[in-house]
Design a protein. Structure first.
Length: 517
């Protein structure tokens, strides 16, 4: 017989009988003292009812309180009614007194036992809620399936105080070597979990998504109860609870199932998050591929058409062309081919850096030397812009991969040349700033609107500006610059150059200059 999952005893235990005898002896002694002191029989009856209450509090179930009620009437009749020390009563009203006393004692004891039972149930419910809340909080912080399984097993041990084993599912099968054991007892040490019988019960629970093992009627020869960890017909593992000859009561079983449900939900959430992340990566890759194909189809057509057209004219009309025209056509072919080579190099560099395959050769380098090397490449193909350099500190040394930083400077300056009209000035400034070397490249062009500043470093973003020679860019240069500077541990930013224009600024880790005297 159970109420709210709590067992009731029909017969009192030896401990309850001993408590009942001691309390009855005590209240009988108190009643004898009350009688000697001249108290009325009603006071003595109250003492016996108090004894019934005490027995209800200190014993389990209703058996002790009912037994105490009957014995209280018998003892009161034997010791405190005339004639004393007999079960006879002279007063004709005593039988009614005995019946009322018995009824009051039984009702009082029953109510007290029920209140105690409800208090125990409330305490267990509060404990259950606390365990479930703690489990939910821990599972929310878990980062992978194995951590989730470990948390679940440890919470089951905390709740049940039994040995627990957990098998996670791996690639659609129940793991063999990868398992978790939590042992407050000795079942794990004795190898109770690792027999063929136990394994067969765990496999059955995993395959059928049903409980198996001890006290289930399925694979009952196993010493553990195996419960699947599953949700929506998906099984993510199996938890085994060592029974040790004592089955779970309804309270323990319901909480264990709730914890396993939380575990399955946490695993499902991680699986969904992983699938969502993979889908996002695939979508991003598809978008990048689509952008690249679209950009190549539109933006490579002009230089390739120019190269093809000039080459065809040279082949068909070479003798009829004067030297100056032939030289101009050769120059156009060279410039277009160099632009294509630069574009391909940028694309390959972005790919290598994003995939982590770019090996940086980080060495201390003088900023002045790196800057001069970059400007030599720029000045060979630029005659229409005024480029100046200012070094605000002497002997500025930074740790860098010189070839990549030269590429950064070339890309930013080329970008300024493309998007500013001929005759514009470009100023490069280098200075030390808070343990870093800062390089700023300022132009006096039309500038970039505020709503586009955040996107200029995105791959394939070119904005709406038109380049002077009507040749669009793939939008790889600034994206490559950001990747290179980030790989160096620096930062690249874009600000306005007053009254108009842009300032691109990047930082590199500074190195101390050591002079040997």
């Amino acid at each position: 017989m159970k109420v709210h999952g709590l067992p009731r005893r029909i017969l009192p235990s030896a401990k309850d009988l001993l408590i009942t005898v001691l309390i009855l002896a005590s209240v009988t002694g108190i009643g004898w003292l009350f009688q000697r002191a001249g108290f009325t029989e009603s006071n003595i009856i109250t003492v016996y009812i108090l004894g019934v209450l005490l027995i209800s509090l200190f014993t389990e179930g209703y058996a002790g309180s009912v037994l105490c009620s009957v014995l209280s009437v018998v003892l009161f009749n034997f010791f405190f009614t005339e004639p004393r020390l007999t079960f006879h009563a002279y007063d004709p009203g005593y039988p009614v007194t005995f019946v009322i006393m018995l009824a009051a004692s039984i009702i009082t004891g029953t109510l007290a036992a029920k209140l105690k039972e409800h208090a125990q149930f409330s305490a267990r419910s509060a404990f259950r809620a606390k365990v479930l809340l703690n489990t939910s909080q821990l599972l929310q912080k878990a980062k992978d399936n194995h951590e989730i399984i470990n948390i679940t097993a440890s919470q089951l041990v905390k709740l049940l105080d039994r040995d627990v084993i957990a098998y996670p599912a791996m690639e659609g099968r129940l793991a063999k070597g990868c398992l978790y054991c939590a042992s407050p007892g000795s079942a794990v040490k004795e190898g109770a979990f690792f027999t063929d019988t136990e394994r067969a019960a765990a496999e059955w629970a995993f395959q059928k998504n049903q409980s198996a093992g001890a006290y289930t009627g399925i694979q009952e020869q196993a010493s553990c109860l195996y419960l699947p960890i599953g949700l929506n017909h998906r099984v993510y593992g199996v938890a085994g609870i060592h029974m040790a000859g004592k089955p779970l009561d309804s309270f323990e079983n319901s909480v264990a199932l709730s914890i396993l449900g939380e575990c399955a939900l946490a695993v499902e959430n991680i699986r969904n998050a992983k699938e969502k992340e993979e889908a996002a990566v695939l979508a991003k890759n598809e978008q990048l591929r689509a952008n690249l194909l679209r950009a190549i189809s539109h933006d490579l057509r002009t230089p390739l058409t120019s190269i093809s057209g000039n080459a065809a004219n040279l082949l068909s009309d070479y003798d009829r062309l004067d030297d100056q025209t032939r030289k101009q056509m050769f120059t156009d072919i060279l410039e277009d081919s160099q632009w294509l080579i630069s574009l391909v190099e940028n694309l390959l560099s972005v790919t290598r850096i994003e995939e982590g395959r770019m090996n940086l050769q980080m060495l201390p380098q003088l900023i002045e030397e790196v800057m001069e090397e970059a400007l030599r490449h720029i000045r060979r193909k630029n005659l229409d812009h005024e480029i100046s350099v200012e070094y605000r500190d002497e002997l500025m040394l930074a740790k860098m991969d010189a070839k990549l930083i030269i590429q950064v400077i070339i890309n930013i300056v080329d970008n300024a040349i493309k998007y500013t009209p001929p005759g514009s000035s470009i100023k490069i400034t280098a200075e030390k700033r808070e343990g870093a070397v800062s390089v700023s490249i300022a132009d006096t062009g039309p500038g970039i609107p505020d709503d586009r500043k955040q996107r200029v470093f995105d791959m394939f973003y070119t904005g709406d500006n038109k380049v002077a020679d009507n040749r669009r860019s793939l939008g790889l240069g600034l994206s490559l610059c950001r990747s290179i500077i980030n790989a160096h541990g620096g930062e690249i930013t874009l600000t306005d150059n007053q009254p108009h224009g842009c300032i691109f600024t990047f930082t590199l880790p500074a190195e101390e200059v050591i002079l040997n005297e």
